[in-house]
Design a protein. Structure first.
Length: 477
């Protein structure tokens, strides 16, 4: 492995995070160990209890009584007595005004030095106290006389310790260092991995997205409730939106290419036929009128495609204003009635006099006009189209009901997709290319509203037309 690769590996987020946590853990371990050793295992550490231990005091007075009654003359004679051998107590004797201290039982060096130092520092104090060490509980003194020599007697007992603590304390020095190091290494590695692994997954997904694999998602982080889980969720949401937009653009491009082919073909045919009919002005003029019609359709299609593309792929900047929605729809109905008159269709409005709303009047006018135009195209002659407005507390419902043949139930959800047409032959006759409802949908979504459709049914469940409903907030969000 080259030096650059080693440097790059050591500078990775995973390695840095791991070593920082490990360093902190090591400092904590050694610091805690050092402090605990200084406090608990320091040979000079001793704490005087608030009260004398009852059991120790009984043992001490019992020992003093036995010495007095048995008339013990020497230390050897005292230590040869069998009375203390079956107990867990140890006996300490110190000659008054002397530094010589004797122990009844063998004691390790550290506890031995700690207890002897304490007894010597206590001097000739005759007040009985219980003193606590990390390893021993000491109670005394009581003055006794052995062969006309004054002594101070103490009794001690090992302090109780847990089995785990004993196990740790009996470990060799190398094991006491290696075990904490190994445990901290493993735990910090797990911690660093738990943080760096999600980041590595997000990085890998980002690289895949950059290569054009828009279906890539970050998986395995759904159950995380921390910032990394939220980052993964936001990333997946972003990639879903990106895939949706790119897919919409690709579909739009394909659909536009397909839709342009038909009018261009008809235009070419009309021009070719017009050239062949040079001698017949009337026939030639008819072909030119056909060309003009196809050009108009192309112009309208391009305008609709641009409008839809602009709505789908950019954030709409709404020109919000307060206006009377009923007056706006009356103006739209007046404009659309000219087209409806060609099929003797009547447009009827059912609404109160005023419904004030905060919205983009131009965008709403485009959406509602598309609904009415769509309804007129697919309604029968001599029929009626009903437009209803219902205002609720926070929303307003606008419904447009025609009396046409309706839409197959399986096609209801697809009505608002660009270039979707239920019947190709029927749309060819009406001149529709399937963009009106798609444009209306985008306009309503820009207002944080909803748009949906349903078939009208008679009592016998026969389809008698289609109703498209818009739900809008009365105040701009």
């Amino acid at each position: 492995m080259s030096a650059n690769k080693i440097i790059k590996a050591l500078s990775s987020f995973n390695i840095k995070l791991f070593f920082w946590f490990w360093l902190v853990a090591l400092i904590s371990i050694f610091g805690t160990r050092y402090i605990s050793q200084q406090i608990l295992f320091n040979s000079n550490a001793a704490i005087t209890a608030k009260s004398v231990h009852t059991g120790d005091l009984k043992q001490l007075t019992r020992l003093e009584r036995v010495i007095r009654q048995a008339k013990v003359k020497s230390i050897d004679a005292l230590f040869s007595l069998p009375i203390e051998r079956h107990t867990k107590y140890n006996i300490w004797l110190k000659k008054v005004n002397d530094s010589n201290i004797e122990s009844y039982q063998p004691v390790p060096d550290k506890p031995m030095r700690a207890i002897k130092n304490y007894i010597l520092s206590n001097g000739n104090n005759v007040a009985i106290e219980t003193t606590l060490f990390a390893h021993t509980r000491l109670t005394g003194p009581i003055n006794v006389s052995l062969n006309k020599t004054d002594y101070q007697i103490y009794v001690s007992k090992k302090a109780p310790r847990g089995h785990f603590r004993k196990f740790v304390q009996r470990l060799p020095r190398w094991a006491a260092i290696i075990i904490p190091l190994s445990i901290s290494f493993f735990l910090c590695w797990l911690l660093a991995r738990s943080i760096s692994k999600p980041i590595a997954k997000i990085k890998q997904a980002t690289t895949s997205i950059a290569k054009g694999e828009l279906s890539t998602r970050v998986t395995g982080l759904e159950k995380r409730n921390d910032e990394l889980g939220e980052l993964a969720a936001s990333f997946n949401q972003m990639t879903s939106k990106l895939e949706q937009n790119v897919g919409a653009q690709q579909r739009l491009l394909g659909d536009v290419s397909h839709e342009l082919r038909s009018p261009l073909t008809r235009l070419q045919m009309a021009l070719a036929l017009a050239q062949q009919a040079e001698s017949d002005n009337k026939v030639r003029d008819g072909y030119f009128e056909r060309c003009q019609l196809e050009i108009s359709r192309l112009d309208q299609m391009i305008a609709d495609v641009l409008a839809l593309s602009r709505m789908e792929n950019t954030v709409q900047t709404l020109q919000i204003e307060n206006f009377n929605l009923v007056a706006l729809i009356n103006n739209i109905i007046a404009d659309e009635q000219f087209i409806a008159n060609q099929k003797r269709i009547k447009l009827r409005l059912h609404a109160p006099k005023n419904i004030n709303i905060s919205a983009d009047s131009g965008l709403l006018s485009s959406a509602i006009s598309n609904l009415l135009s769509n309804a007129i195209k697919y309604s029968d002659e001599d029929s009626t189209i009903d437009i209803k407005l219902v205002a609720n507390k926070d929303t307003v419902l606008i419904s447009v009901s025609d009396s046409g043949c309706g839409v197959p139930q399986e096609s209801i959800e697809q009505l608002f997709n660009a270039f979707y047409r239920v019947n190709e032959a029927r749309d060819r006759n009406t001149g529709g290319i399937g963009l009106g409802l798609a444009i209306a949908k985008q306009a309503i979504i820009a207002h944080q509203g909803k748009i949906y459709a349903k078939n009208n049914l008679d009592p016998q469940s026969n389809v008698t037309g289609l109703t498209v409903t818009i739900e809008l907030p009365l105040k701009a969000i």
